[in-house]
Write a new protein. Structure first.
Length: 268
């Protein structure tokens, strides 16, 4: 059974996000959650059955229309009856993680989650359950920490002379590592990302080794779900550069007020 923190890490390590329950009303929590993602520059798609655009972002009319549902974590801020139908679709679509904001679940939703064994994919609680606007930044800082740490150890991890091993053992070990590296890169990177990495390796073999070591670590620590696109690879490269220069936590001040009347908050 995953802990809440593990679930939140899983949720926030997805390459894409969607929000169900945002609306034209910026006072509503759904819209605030959408803006939480937007303000952090995270790739987020609002889902709305009627509106074509919310907070300047193009919507899709249902989660069935998400481009990459198996790589999209979904925030849900809807009345429990709607939440239930979304969970059903999410299950069919293979959505990796869902975060039910306070008030979006009821007993029927709880029962559905347990019946379908979704506890390892769904973050939920009662009216005082976890809220991404309260806890999201803390979890993200941890994820950044892991990435910064990985890239640092990756940089230190470039083979040094090891005097204990004899040359044959050393060669065998290198060959084995090389094979594993190639396997992982072949499965984990999308075509365009793989090509970019091979271009990088021509210009800077050192840099491509570092990013490969980082990707390996992310695979081994379960942080990577789904394949890495070219844009994600570029993001990682940038993060690695940032981590190399200085590890400064992203700061953000957000004032959060808990909703008083749960029924007043849904507009979906
Ligand atoms: C927007 O939502 C708030 C909070 O639910 C509500 O009090 C307000 O009446 C809504 N405004 C409109 C224009 O619907």
């Amino acid at each position: 059974m995953a802990t809440l923190f593990q679930l939140q890490r899983l949720f926030l390590s997805s390459p894409a996000f969607a929000v169900v329950g945002a609306s034209k009303n910026t006072s509503k929590y759904g819209t605030k959650v959408l803006n939480w993602y937007k303000q952090r520059g995270l790739p987020v798609t609002p889902v709305h059955p009627r509106e074509s655009e919310l907070e300047g972002l193009k919507t899709v009319s249902s989660i069935n229309e998400l481009a990459t549902p198996t790589q999209t974590s979904i925030s849900i801020i809807t009345p429990p009856a709607v939440t239930l139908t979304i969970l059903q679709s999410a299950l069919e679509l293979g959505v990796p993680a869902l975060w039910l904001q306070p008030g979006a679940a009821d007993d029927a939703v709880d029962a559905f989650i347990k019946e379908k064994g979704l506890q390892d994919r769904v973050i939920y609680g009662g009216a005082d359950g976890p809220c991404i606007m309260v806890q999201g930044d803390g979890v993200r800082a941890q994820l950044d920490g892991v990435i910064a740490f990985s890239s640092q150890t990756a940089m230190e991890g470039i083979p040094q002379q090891t005097t204990q091993r004899n040359p044959e053992e050393e060669a065998a070990k290198r060959a084995q590592e090389e094979e594993m590296r190639r396997d992982v890169m072949a499965t984990v990177l999308e075509g365009a990302a793989r090509e970019r990495l091979s271009r990088i390796s021509l210009v800077s073999p050192e840099r491509s080794k570092q990013i490969e070591a980082l990707l390996l670590r992310m695979v081994q620590s379960g942080q990577l779900r789904g394949r890495v696109s070219e844009n994600q690879l570029i993001d990682l490269l940038e993060q690695m550069e940032d981590a190399g220069e200085k590890s400064q936590p992203k700061k953000s001040a957000i004032v959060f007020q808990r909703r008083k009347d749960p029924d007043d908050d849904f507009d979906f």
